[in-house]
Design a binder for this molecule. Structure first.
Ligand code: ADP
Length: 402
């Protein structure tokens, strides 16, 4: 039997999964990937092999009320039925917030769940959805090891000063500080940089994770020294629907003058802002690019996105004391040729020069000349979770055996 582990990334109405073969002595190898969408309404399940070939799909009618629990159990029984040679040995979960407590992945038990639940107020829109499948697995598949991997953990290498807000001390003691997110993506990029450019992996690198969520991370010797996200995943760059950095005075204005409730204000900042809010059209960069010539608001949204990215890169260059390389990753970073060209065009002062042809063909190196280099590197957060789960599992089994 081939041991496999499932990597889960749970959202409010979706459940993304990847299944990895974890044979002794080799890297985890992705065997299938898929997605449940529309959970709680008319759910849709799709599963593909590692090459992207469709293996199976299914749609439930809205009356079936297919939720996260039914989805998870469907996936486990699909594996049993369709993959007789494979045996599920563990589940690895993406969990957005590990707080101060967790600087590395952890084997989940009741005490861990309780600690993670206390962090819900720090990531109210993500943490509850990440924890739900953990509770479901404990109830429905007791005894199956579960490992939590955190988006915050990678940033724990930052200095105390880099993580501080200039707020009263008692607020810091209550955990109000910069945590940073997208750490699994930055961990992946940091780990593969040496395969692209060995000296760069030890240098001063800025990684631009530009997806629906967007942030930047400054790496020195492969470790995070600063990042644009902060206490919450709202801080930093404008995103698909999130505002990025705004003056906190705007929030008081929303509450006092616009008479929004805290929940309404939160919804505006998380779900109605960013590319969607500025364009009034879409959070999807492809749609904005397709309409930018005829729609001034779509054009403005892209211009603001690029402007904010380059301003924040300037700030991270200062934090690093210079720049040796810039890496683009995630949906926009990996695919949007124009965003990469515009960002690099605005960084001529820092010595970056675009290689137009390489940028069009996806690089991986998209710069030319003697200055800092620029790269396109696809991220792989799921592989990091699979590696972390396998390592934690291996260490636990070794402890039990000794
Ligand atoms: P998530 O944060 O949800 O994982 P992704 O990393 O998948 O997001 O990124 C989604 C973003 O990537 C969307 O804005 C989408 O328009 C953009 N994107 C995906 N493919 C392309 C493409 N070919 N050209 C431009 N933008 C793209």
């Amino acid at each position: 039997m081939t041991p496999v582990l499932i990597v889960l990334n749970a959202g409010s109405s979706s459940l993304k999964f990847q299944v990895y073969d974890v044979l002794e002595g080799t890297e985890p190898c992705m065997a299938f990937k898929g997605l449940f969408e529309g959970l709680g309404n008319s759910a849709h399940f799709i599963v593909k092999d590692a090459q992207g070939k469709l293996l199976d799909e299914m749609t439930w009618s809205s009356g079936d009320r297919q939720g996260h629990e039914e989805a998870l159990m469907h996936l486990v029984s699909w594996l049993r039925k369709h993959q007789e040679g494979r045996k599920l040995v563990a589940i690895g979960h993406r969990v957005v917030h590990g707080g101060e407590a967790y600087s590395s992945p952890i084997l989940v038990d009741e005490a861990v769940i309780q600690t993670l639940e206390k962090l819900v107020p720090l990531a109210p829109l993500h943490q509850p959805h990440n924890l739900e499948p953990i509770r479901i697995v404990r109830r429905r598949l007791p005894g199956l090891p579960q490992i939590a991997s955190f988006d915050t953990a990678f940033h724990q290498s930052q200095s105390e000063i880099a993580r501080m807000f200039a707020l009263p001390r008692d607020m810091r003691e209550r955990g109000v500080k910069r945590y940073g997110f997208h750490g699994l993506s930055y961990d992946y990029i940091s780990s593969v940089l040496k395969d692209y450019d060995p000296p760069l992996a030890e240098g001063r690198v800025i990684v631009a994770h530009l997806g629906n969520g967007a942030s930047l991370c400054a790496l020195k010797h492969g470790k995070s020294v600063a990042t644009t996200m902060g206490f919450s995943a709202l801080e930093g760059l404008p995103m698909g629907t999130r505002c990025g950095a705004v003056d906190p005075g705007v929030v008081f204005f929303m509450l006092r003058e616009m008479r929004l409730s805290p929940e309404e204000a939160e919804r505006v900042l998380y779900t109605k802002s960013g590319l969607l809010g500025v364009s009034g059209l879409s959070n999807d960069m492809r749609v904005l690019r397709a309409n930018a010539e005829t729609n001034a608001d779509a054009k403005r949204a892209i211009e603001l996105f690029v402007y904010r990215i380059t301003r924040e890169i300037g700030s991270l260059i200062a934090a690093l004391g210079g720049i040796d390389g810039l890496v683009f990753t995630a949906g926009i970073g990996e695919n949007d040729v124009a965003t990469r060209a515009e960002v690099i065009g605005r960084l001529a002062w820092a010595g970056l020069t675009l290689d137009t042809t390489a940028n069009r063909t996806g690089g991986p190196c998209i710069s030319t000349g003697a200055g800092p280099t620029a790269w396109v590197i696809p991220t792989n957060e799921e592989l990091v979770i699979a590696q972390q789960a396998r390592n934690v599992l291996g260490a636990t089994q070794a402890r039990i055996a000794s």
